[in-house]
Design a protein. Structure first.
Length: 195
């Protein structure tokens, strides 16, 4: 008779990665693919905007159901940090689930488990979740562990346009600055510099 372990394994496992790709074809149609074979994708279509929306929703669905493994290796580190070659770093810290998507290209959505050192260095990436810290065994004072602090929300970066009306509701309204009036310095002619 075999029994299943009741505690999760602490053995390191490879960091998972999901890639959702929108691929265009010569006949002006497109397809959406996912690296998870069990995922059902829509058929080839000329509705590229609809397929792009489906791909974004599909990436969000993977992010919702994925539980970040606390014992995962950094996926970025396993690729020799190819996502940020100009800024080398040693993998360290907890595990985070990041979504990498370049809105200017708009064709690839990548979800991956990476370390906290690599996460901020990956371009066009957003941290969606962090692995829960394992509870410390044998706390001396018998108190519960401190409450988890939620990750602060990063404001979105406008794509080439910003307006004062697009400020968050909780920020105070700023009055536009008026230019200062300054007196112009008079030009003096030095001696011997006449016309």
């Amino acid at each position: 008779m075999t029994t299943a372990a009741s505690e999760p394994s602490t053995e390191p496992v490879p960091g998972r990665v999901w890639t959702i790709r929108l691929t265009g074809h010569a006949d002006r149609t497109a397809t959406v693919t996912c690296t998870t074979a069990a995922c059902r994708m829509p058929p080839r279509s000329k509705d590229v905007a609809g397929l792009r929306a489906f791909a974004a929703q599909h990436a969000a669905a993977h992010a919702r159901v994925a539980t970040v493994h606390t014992n995962a290796w950094c996926h970025c580190g396993s690729t020799q940090c190819a996502a940020h070659p100009d800024r080398p770093v040693h993998c360290a810290g907890g595990v985070a689930l990041v979504l990498q998507h370049d809105p200017l290209v708009g064709r690839v959505w990548t979800l991956e488990e990476v370390c906290e050192a690599c996460a901020p260095l990956i371009p066009n990436a957003r941290v969606l979740a962090r692995a829960a810290r394992p509870a410390r065994a044998g706390r001396r004072d018998g108190q519960a562990p401190p409450a988890q602090v939620p990750m602060p929300a990063r404001p979105g970066v406008p794509g080439g346009f910003s307006s004062p009306a697009a400020q968050p509701a909780d920020s105070p309204a700023r009055q536009p600055r008026r230019p200062r009036r300054t007196s112009r310095p008079t030009q003096r002619r030095g001696q011997g510099q006449g016309r």
